[in-house]
Design a protein around this ligand. Structure first.
Ligand code: GLC
Length: 545
């Protein structure tokens, strides 16, 4: 079968269609000043590493002024850098260096909610019910004889009710932490403010935005009940995320916002893009965020959610390719991010998990479209499962017991002792401790070591850039049906140049013959006759020209 994918354009403005974007969780990437927390200077110092790794762009998680209740997704000033991360001057120097190295910069925009420390919210709290200050947020009267019950049954994604009561008796909406009040996007001042924030960062040279909770800004008129809650059914409303309709997500009116943003992005030269973190009930509804008059991409998390089986991967890949054709936008492959358990651990942890993670990476990087990498996946980092509770900082941990801290442990760069070169020698311990086993996983420990995960990524990214069959002019994914059950094989070709990716998800090794010369492999291949044996839980790329 052939699943077509949109023909990528080669002009510079379309860089995002085939880019490999590396997600930098700034707080955990590199600490330049020894305070135990990553910062923008740290990012700047490590740019050559990212250029050498072979990525095209960085997505930086929020570094704006923030009380850091939700790792910076609680913004108190959208036009400044938190002192913890540096200054605007540091940002400017970082982006200048990045561009000089050919790396583009995508920043995170958090429009659904502000921090409760944002001046608008402190003004709202100080003002009376019904005041213009309150109108920028979603304040409402409670239910019950004395307004003692929340205005409706909505639940926070982080657990518990989505409403908090203020001393004068009104309630305000927060779909996340109480320290993240939701903005009223039907208010013209809110719209004008964010259009201005977009321009602020575009003027500073950013190449794109990752839009946080892009499906959340508009709430159904009248704030109707969902109809069930954890209290009544034991099922959390967030289980419907991406699967069902909720009155606080994916409302049609949200698209008006993006239709207003797109001309702003398009008015700047060089292909400024936006990628939505959006959850919608169906792929069709998700596709509505993408298009020439809205956003450029929306993350598809189906690849990340695929289980370790040939059928599962084949299904999500085919679906994503078909959807991409319909909307004329590139696929966005993601295996890990700062909200999800790292894929080494999802695939079984330990040696098995790592083998599979390496194979999945080769699979992803051979596919057409755009791939998003999460910092540390190129080192094969697992989730840190045994962080002491008192060190966990994810606000959802207190409310639900679920914590995303284990994928946010600082990157090991070098050395034998924690924090493994994350900060300068003699600095503070890193804000989350790296396990003792990470000495062997550091950048220095893996650099130049044949077969290391880091060298596998470097090789794969190098081929992805230089092989015509993976380049911007490459065409379709052609599945090969000859390799046997549990084995995925597809070929991409342009002219005479062919690259075949084979992934062995079966429980027996397979003989690969006739696909050409192996150029990358996630595990050792052994020669057999004219072919090669691909072990279990492994992937390889074969080149023929
Ligand atoms: C997004 C972010 C997540 C954050 C949430 C609230 O889902 O990826 O980290 O907690 O939005 O802003």
């Amino acid at each position: 079968m052939t699943a077509s994918n949109p023909t990528p354009l080669t002009s510079d403005d379309d860089w995002w269609r085939t880019a490999v974007v590396y997600q930098v969780y700034v707080r955990s990437f590199a600490d330049s000043n020894g305070d135990g927390v990553g910062d923008l200077r740290g990012v700047r110092e490590r740019l050559p590493y990212l250029r050498d790794l072979g990525v095209d762009a960085l997505w930086l998680t929020p570094f704006y002024t923030s009380p850091m209740v939700d790792g910076g997704y609680d913004v108190a000033d959208y036009r400044d850098v938190d002192p913890m991360f540096g200054t605007l001057t540091d940002f400017d120097a970082m982006i200048t260096d990045a561009h000089a190295l050919g790396l583009r910069i995508i920043v995170d925009l958090v429009p659904n909610h502000t921090s409760s420390a944002h001046p608008w919210f402190t003004a709202a709290l100080a003002a009376a019910p019904g005041s213009p200050e309150r109108a920028r947020y979603l304040f409402a009267e409670g239910r019950g004889a004395h307004g003692e019950l929340p205005p409706n049954d909505w639940e926070s994604i982080f657990g518990g009710p989505a409403w908090t009561r203020v001393p004068d008796g009104q309630w305000y909406l927060h779909l996340f932490d109480p320290a993240q009040p939701d903005l009223n996007w039907r208010h013209p001042e809110v719209r004008a403010e964010f259009e201005d924030v977009l321009r602020f960062w575009l003027d500073r040279g950013v190449d794109g935005f990752r839009i946080d909770v892009a499906h959340g800004m508009i709430k159904a008129e009248g704030l109707p009940d969902v109809g069930f809650s954890s209290m009544t059914t034991g099922r959390r409303q967030s289980e419907l995320l991406g699967k069902g309709r909720l009155p606080y997500f994916d409302q049609d009116e949200v698209h008006e916002i993006y239709r207003a943003w797109r001309p702003i992005l398009d008015s700047y030269p060089g292909g400024r893009m936006a990628v939505a973190e959006a959850w919608a009930e169906t792929p069709q509804r998700l596709a509505r965020y993408i298009g020439p008059d809205e956003l450029h991409q929306a993350f598809s998390f189906d690849f990340l959610d695929a289980t370790w089986s040939a059928d599962s991967f084949r299904k999500v890949i085919d679906t994503a390719l078909v959807e991409a054709t319909i909307v004329g936008a590139p696929t966005t492959w993601v295996l890990s991010n700062h909200d999800k358990q790292r894929h080494v651990t999802r695939y079984g942890d330990g040696e098995v998990g790592l083998r599979r993670a390496r194979a999945a990476s080769l699979l992803m990087l051979a596919l057409p479209g755009c791939a998003y990498l999460y910092q540390g996946e190129e080192l094969g980092l697992p989730e840190v499962l045994d962080l002491p509770d008192e060190l966990r900082q994810d606000p959802s941990f207190l409310r639900t017991g679920e914590s995303r801290d284990g994928c946010r442990v600082p990157i090991p760069w070098s050395g034998e002792l924690a924090p493994y070169g994350f900060g300068p020698e003699g600095g503070e311990p890193s804000w989350l401790p790296a396990p003792a086993t990470w000495a062997a996983l550091s950048v220095a420990a893996q650099s130049g070591v044949p077969g290391s995960t880091l060298e596998l990524y470097r090789t794969a990214l190098g081929i992805r850039h230089s092989h015509p069959a993976l380049g911007p002019d490459a065409g379709e994914v052609n599945w090969l049906e000859t390799t046997g059950p549990g084995v995925l094989a597809f070929r991409r070709a342009v002219g005479e140049a062919e690259l075949t990716c084979v992934v062995n998800l079966s429980d027996a090794e397979v003989l690969i013959d006739g696909y050409g010369r192996p150029v990358a492999a996630s595990a050792d291949l052994t020669e057999q006759g004219v072919g090669h044996v691909l072990p279990v839980d492994a992937a390889a790329w074969f080149d023929r020209r």
